[in-house]
Design a protein around this ligand. Structure first.
Ligand SMILES: *[C@@H]1O[C@H](CO)[C@@H](O)[C@H](O)[C@H]1NC(C)=O
Length: 177
C-alpha cells in the first residue's frame, strides 16, 4: 500500500513537472517556421522537458557557447595571420562578435527574456544575426567578401542557425501575451 501510494505520488509529480513542457508536436510546428526545420527540431528536442521560455533560455545558452568558441577561434586566426588583408578581416570579425557586437546583443537578449519582453528578445536576436552577417560580408558592400579558408565560415553558419531558433521561439512567445 505504501509502495502504491508513493508510486502514485511519483506519477503525480512527474505529471505536474512535465505538464508545462511543450509537446514534441508543438516543437515541430514551431520549427516549421525556422529556416532549417530539422536543425531546429533536433536542437529543441534535445531538451524535452522545457516550456517555451525554458527552450529560449536553453538556446541562448547554446548561442553563448557558440559565440565564445567563435571569439576564441578569431583570436587564434588573428595571431596566425601573416598577410594584412586576412588580419584586417579577422579583426573586424572580432568586433562583430565581441561585447560591442554579437556578445553584447546576446547579453541584451538574455536581459529582455528575464523581463518577459519577447518582442525585444526577437529584435535583439536579429541584431546578433546582423553582426554575424557583417563579419561574413565585411564592411564595404562594394568589395567582394573576403575568401576565408579557415573554420570561421563554418562557425558563423552554425551560430546563425542557432540564433534563428531564438527568432522563431520568441515570435511564438509573443503570441501568448
Ligand atoms: C554550436 O552549438 C551547437 C549545438 O550545441 C554545436 O553542435 C556546435 O558544434 C557549436 N559550434 C561552435 C562553433 O561552437
Amino acid at each position: 500500500m505504501v509502495c502504491n501510494l508513493s508510486s502514485l505520488v511519483f506519477v503525480f509529480l512527474l505529471f505536474a513537472t512535465t505538464s508545462y513542457a511543450i509537446p514534441v508536436g508543438e516543437v515541430n510546428t514551431i520549427c516549421k517556421q525556422a529556416k532549417d526545420p530539422s536543425f531546429c527540431s533536433t536542437l529543441l528536442n534535445s531538451n524535452p522537458n522545457a516550456n517555451l521560455v525554458g527552450l529560449t533560455q536553453y538556446t541562448i545558452d547554446i548561442v553563448r557557447a557558440n559565440v565564445t568558441n567563435t571569439i576564441k577561434l578569431i583570436d587564434t586566426l588573428i595571431a596566425q595571420s601573416t598577410d594584412p588583408k586576412s588580419k584586417k578581416h579577422y579583426k573586424l570579425c572580432l568586433g562583430n562578435f565581441g561585447s560591442e557586437g554579437a556578445l553584447g546583443d546576446l547579453d541584451y537578449t538574455q536581459e529582455l527574456l528575464k523581463k518577459g519582453d519577447y518582442q525585444g528578445v526577437n529584435l535583439a536576436a536579429s541584431s546578433i544575426v546582423d553582426n554575424i552577417e557583417d563579419c561574413v560580408s565585411g564592411d564595404a558592400p562594394s568589395i567582394p567578401p573576403f575568401h576565408d579558408p579557415s573554420k570561421l565560415p563554418k562557425y558563423t553558419t552554425i551560430t546563425k542557425s542557432v540564433v534563428s531558433v531564438i527568432l522563431v521561439l520568441s515570435k511564438n512567445l509573443g503570441k501568448k501575451i
